[in-house]
Ligand binder design. Structure first.
Ligand code: ZN
Length: 231
């Protein structure tokens, strides 16, 4: 019985080999083997000369015009991550804390934001919203602490500039140097476990979050180089 099965499989393999060879032969039959009646130079001469002229400005201009569309489409996709990620910190993604923390940790990694550090300060923000002394972010500034240069920002162009600057840079500056955050006596950063943002019990969370951001910062360009920037 075994011998029969074996011999059948050998015959089957030989049949498929023969079929493969005949298919290859029929394909090769269509491949031209004679020298073509034109040269490479003829081909080149048939192409209009302007196709060989290099333009630096035109492709650059096209690329610059297309780039905002890419930003827009990428933003439409990534805003979803940006919405879900903080909800994990609120405990609103799932019923289990472990699930919330695991998903939140990974999504914040993709956004290059330290998850636990941000979660700790954000919980304090919700517990003290609009408190002049204790809110962590967007805290109203007492009049005597308003910096002198803010009077130059009380006009429409400066307001537009402020809105654009906030949209582009406020988030990374808030996380890294506590810009627009609560006024502390010493330098504060979500990457520094010894700053005043964190209580003693929270300090251990900071290096874990920092490490995740470092890994993502290293892995992102490395993966792009290996897989290609477009996928
Ligand atoms: Zn919140």
């Amino acid at each position: 019985m075994c011998v029969n099965i074996k011999s059948k499989s050998v015959v089957g393999a030989a049949d498929s080999d023969n079929k493969g060879m005949s298919a290859l032969r029929s394909d090769l039959h269509h491949v031209p083997r004679e020298k073509p009646p034109f040269t490479l130079g003829d081909l080149k001469r048939a192409i209009p000369p302007h196709c060989f002229r290099h333009s630096l400005l035109r492709p650059m201009a096209r690329r610059l015009a297309a780039w905002p569309s890419y930003f827009f489409l990428q933003g439409c996709l990534l805003i979803g991550v940006r919405v879900i990620a903080p909800e994990c910190g609120h405990g609103a993604f799932g019923d289990h804390r472990l699930v919330n923390d695991a998903v939140g940790f990974l999504l914040h990694m993709a956004l290059l934001v330290p998850y636990f550090s941000r979660k700790d300060s954000h919980c304090r923000h919700h517990a003290n919203t609009s408190s002049l002394d204790r809110d962590e972010v967007f805290a109203p500034c007492p009049k005597e602490k308003v910096r002198w240069y803010y009077r130059w920002f009380n006009n429409p162009p400066a307001r537009v500039f402020t809105i654009v600057a906030v949209l582009l840079a406020d988030w990374p500056f808030y996380v890294s140097v506590n810009a627009s955050g609560r006024l502390y006596d010493r330098f504060a950063s979500h990457f520094n476990s010894f700053c005043e943002i964190f209580s003693d019990g929270e300090r251990v969370h900071v290096p874990v979050s920092d490490l995740a951001v470092m890994v993502a910062t290293y892995a992102s360009p490395t993966t792009s180089r290996r897989k290609g920037y477009y996928g």
